[in-house]
Design a protein around this ligand. Structure first.
Ligand code: F6P
Length: 537
């Protein structure tokens, strides 16, 4: 297989970084290039991206596109979209794109062919959406509780909040329980009534410790509080229909092993979204994602937004050495997007061997983190502006609000623009010296205070713009992130679709569980033994 760091484009990028890239200055670039905003603007379905505030010149971009070609990105993409076994360590295809292809959709591109599994996908989708509509029409069900974790929680939880304006949430409440900590489900159960509650047990495997523990707690509570009709009050979304049946759930919506957990909100795992916003809006969510799939499959690389974002990620991670990226959605509805992206990106690309198991000689997934704007501004933006690390920031702005507080929306957008402007522009000590000092910093010489009040600037950011946070726009935005993660993973030559890194902790947990009862610390390291003794009840 091709190792990206051995390609001619990689060597050329290293040369360009040393010669010009590391000294690149955004302020000079804007002064030099009047057309920079237009040149680095990309239109994709439902999403406009301003890439102009990235540390990128035409040469770097050209070399990154060469890198994509030399790494066979297009062939890797087409292999995934065709349904080849691209998740080698689990022997699976990766076809979340098939979940959002309309029935009888035209091929995503001539290289890919018709979307496979159409009948199965649409059979379950129709049944799931029909069920969601029945739940919505059932005035007796006022509380819907999704029990799931990781991909069986983060996507639906994020999307239900994001699409709040499209739901009729006044009529029912949606709750999400994920943590094995009883502190998650216990206070919730205390507020519920069994006859008015629907539990959805969401688990691809139907074996995950946290989800099974919470599902059993929910069922025990249901029975203990006089609940009788398990069939009406429990449903499941899983690939393990047999295990759901053994648990006693008859209303089950299946999916397939070619849907990764963190790529599953488009499948039956999306049931809480469908209950929240209805079948029509759920189909619009799928349609938005499908439009982005089409763009990813067929747009030339130089105008292909997921490809460009993935390549900039590689440029920053491997050449500039930036270890993290901050996501700042300027929309309260996207409050859970950073958490969702943490699993999508870090579980996918947090790997240190290539697809053949050979150690990689380069850095992979950055740390992805963030909070909605403007809240983050009053917490960690200090570090983004003046800290010792350069952290690229991704701003997400939505032009049209779903509320009528127009003045506050203008404040929100002005804040969003101001932050990316400030990161880039900075402020010299000389400029700070010329300003009136708001505080009487009595003991400090003016030039010393000015140094504290200066900003280095030249800090990069991307701004993504949505017209409105509609189901279609959300679908496109999530699919954009999925394909961007695919792009950097494909360049690095890793398998972005397994997650063996979570297994060791699970196995050790199972071994420690009985020791918390019997107190046996034989064979344990000193720290684990000591802590176990201290924590035992
Ligand atoms: O933490 C590992 C993981 O397998 C995730 O990849 C997955 O989304 C999550 O656990 C939940 O798994 P399941 O849906 O099978 O309960």
């Amino acid at each position: 297989m091709i190792r990206c760091e051995r390609t001619p484009a990689w060597a050329a990028l290293q040369g360009h970084y040393q010669a010009q890239g590391r000294a690149f200055d955004l302020r000079e670039a804007f002064a030099r290039e009047p057309g920079r905003f237009r040149h680095f603007g990309v239109e994709a379905p439902e999403v406009y991206a301003d890439l102009s505030k990235n540390l990128l010149d035409a040469t770097a971009l050209r070399l990154l596109l060469d890198l994509a070609r030399e790494c066979g990105l297009e062939a890797q993409r087409d292999a995934m979209l065709r349904g080849e076994i691209v998740n080698g360590t689990e022997g699976r295809a990766v076809l979340h794109t098939a979940l959002r292809a309309p029935r009888d959709a035209a091929p995503l591109s001539p290289a890919v062919g018709a979307s496979p599994f159409g009948d199965e996908v649409h059979g379950v989708l129709d049944a799931m959406l029909g069920y969601a509509e029945r739940v919505r029409a059932d005035a007796g069900l006022t509380d819907i509780v999704n029990i799931g974790i990781g991909g069986s929680d983060l996507g639906p939880r994020m999307a239900v909040q994001a699409l709040d304006a499209y739901g009729d949430t006044g009529r029912r409440r949606l709750h999400f329980v994920s943590n094995v900590d009883g502190q998650d489900i216990s206070p919730l159960l205390a507020r519920l009534e069994p006859t008015r509650t629907l539990f959805i047990v969401a688990s691809k495997t139907f074996t995950t410790q946290e989800t099974m523990a919470n599902a059993h707690a929910a069922r025990a509570w249901f029975v203990a509080h006089g609940g009788r009709d398990v069939n009406r009050h429990f449903a499941a979304a899983t690939t393990n229909v047999k295990a759901a049946a053994e648990f006693g759930i008859r209303t089950t919506f299946g999916f397939w092993d070619w849907v990764g957990g963190r790529y599953s909100l488009w499948s039956a795992i999306g049931l809480p979204i469908a209950i929240a916003v209805g079948a029509e809006h759920f189909r619009a969510l799928l349609a938005g994602a499908h439009a982005m799939d089409r763009h990813f499959a067929s747009a030339p690389l130089a105008q292909n937004l997921p490809v460009l974002l993935g390549l900039i990620d590689v440029w920053y991670r491997n050449f500039h050495g930036f270890a993290s990226r901050s996501v700042a959605p300027y929309h309260q509805g996207l409050a859970r997007l950073p958490a969702y992206l943490q699993q999508l990106e870090m579980e996918s690309n947090g790997k240190r061997v290539d697809r053949e198991g050979q150690p990689l000689a380069l850095a992979t997934s950055p740390v992805v983190w963030g909070e909605p704007g403007t809240n983050g501004q009053h917490a960690y933006f200090q570090m983004l502006h003046q800290g010792s690390d350069v952290i690229p920031v991704e701003f997400i702005a939505v032009r049209t609000p779903a509320h009528d507080l127009a003045e506050q929306h203008r404040m929100l957008l002005a804040n969003c623009l101001a932050q990316s402007q400030a990161l880039m522009q900075g402020k010299t000590a000389a400029e700070a010296l010329g300003e009136r000092t708001p505080t009487a910093a009595a003991d400090l010489a003016p030039d010393v205070l000015a140094r504290h009040r200066s900003f280095p600037g030249n800090r990069p950011s991307t701004t993504l713009v949505l017209e409105t946070l509609s189901p279609a726009a959300l679908g496109a935005l999530i699919a954009l992130y999925e394909h961007r993660v695919f792009t950097s993973g494909a360049i690095w030559g890793i398998n972005s679709f397994d997650q063996w890194g979570v297994e060791l902790g699970k196995a050790l947990c199972n071994a420690l569980l009985p020791r918390l009862i019997d107190g046996d610390t034989r064979g344990l390291d000193g720290s684990t033994a000591g802590l176990l003794q201290r924590l035992r009840l």
